[in-house]
Design a protein around this ligand. Structure first.
Ligand code: GLU
Length: 331
């Protein structure tokens, strides 16, 4: 008798358990999104995604369309760090430059011998010009002026460090050509520039960005154009680069001349090993609330679904994202 009632309880629990796991993400599940330095735009991307995920969970509770995702978006070392941690299964999502998405998926450049073929694109976000910025009294007005100067090449793992190395290689410049190459993070480098401890910094970041504003408007730093034959060849030879311009005075009051440089897209990536249900819920939360999302940073002002599901994506789209894009009739 006792045995029988126990087995009835077990059966009841089992059926409960089953009905819980059949529909999408019902049980509490924790996701982490890798971003960049706390003063960058990636940090805003990751935390905006989490905000939409939590908003959908709260609203869904009222409408009976509940999901159990809990989201965090800590500050990290940037693009290549994020992709590496997604590969290790330590992060479920990350923001990454489109050039590093391409190289990680194809096993090229920095990712040679370390190909990540389970890398999946989810959507792209804002454009990110690579910005070379020189200090007020540095005397730097072109790439060749960097010789003999203190140049911040960026922390290992950041997108700008990788892109800086590509650019140095293309120009035939080595670290030894600088007086010193520093490896400060994106959130440390502007103070160093303004204090005169470094002469120039490189940063691949959305426009506008508060840290860049602090350098240009706060301490008289200026953009150095990257528009020579060397950059033209990079843009011509690589699908993930495009020329970009930052018009004088539009974003930074003290910027006196238009800046021309090349850039990439910020993209949101994941892994094939993250479940379709989780990716579907994250994507749904972002696109159902895109108007709110766009208000969270001026660099998001021009976001639209048609571009976000195509631009800057070289790894295959995650199946969970495809499911939502097809439901919306976008694919
Ligand atoms: N593009 C930079 C990187 O990949 C980060 C920019 C940002 O934090 O907005 O490391």
């Amino acid at each position: 008798m006792i045995k029988k009632s126990l087995s009835i309880v077990v059966a009841a629990l089992l059926s409960l358990g089953l009905s819980v796991s059949i529909s999408s993400v019902k049980a509490a599940e924790f996701i982490s999104i890798g971003t960049g330095g706390p003063t960058g735009v990636y940090f805003v991307v990751g935390n905006s995604v989490c905000r939409m995920v939590h908003k959908e969970a709260a609203e869904g509770r009222k409408e009976g369309r509940k999901h159990g995702l809990r989201c965090a978006a800590p500050s990290t070392g940037g693009s290549n760090y994020n992709i590496g941690q997604i590969k290790e299964g330590e992060l479920q999502f990350g923001v990454a430059q489109s050039d590093w998405q391409y190289h990680a998926f194809n096993g090229s450049s920095k990712w040679e011998g370390n190909q990540f073929d389970d890398l999946r694109a989810v959507f792209s976000v804002h454009p990110e010009p690579f910005q070379l910025i020189a200090g007020k009294d540095s005397g730097i007005n072109s790439w060749s002026d960097l010789a003999g100067k203190v140049v911040n090449v960026g922390n290992p793992g950041s997108g700008q460090r990788g892109t800086m190395e590509v650019l140095m290689n293309a120009h035939g410049t080595s670290m030894d050509d600088f007086k010193q190459a520093t490896e400060l993070t994106s959130s440390e480098q502007v103070n160093a520039l303004c204090d005169g401890k470094v002469d120039a910094i490189g940063y691949t970041v959305g426009v506008p960005n508060g840290a860049i504003g602090q350098a240009i408007d706060g301490c008289g730093a200026h953009f150095v154009n990257l528009d020579s034959d060397v950059e033209a060849a990079l843009v011509n030879d690589n699908p993930f680069y495009a020329f970009a311009s930052i018009p004088a005075g539009q974003f930074y009051k003290s910027q006196k001349a238009d800046a021309t440089t090349f850039g990439v897209m910020a993209t949101f990536v994941s892994s094939a090993s993250v479940s379709d249900d989780v990716v579907y819920e994250v994507v749904r939360a972002v696109f159902e609330n895109l108007d709110d999302f766009k208000k969270l940073h001026p660099a998001f002002a021009n976001l639209n679904p048609a571009d976000m599901i195509t631009n800057g994506l070289s790894a295959p789209l995650h199946a969970g994202a495809v499911k939502y894009y097809k439901e919306m009739g976008w694919m």
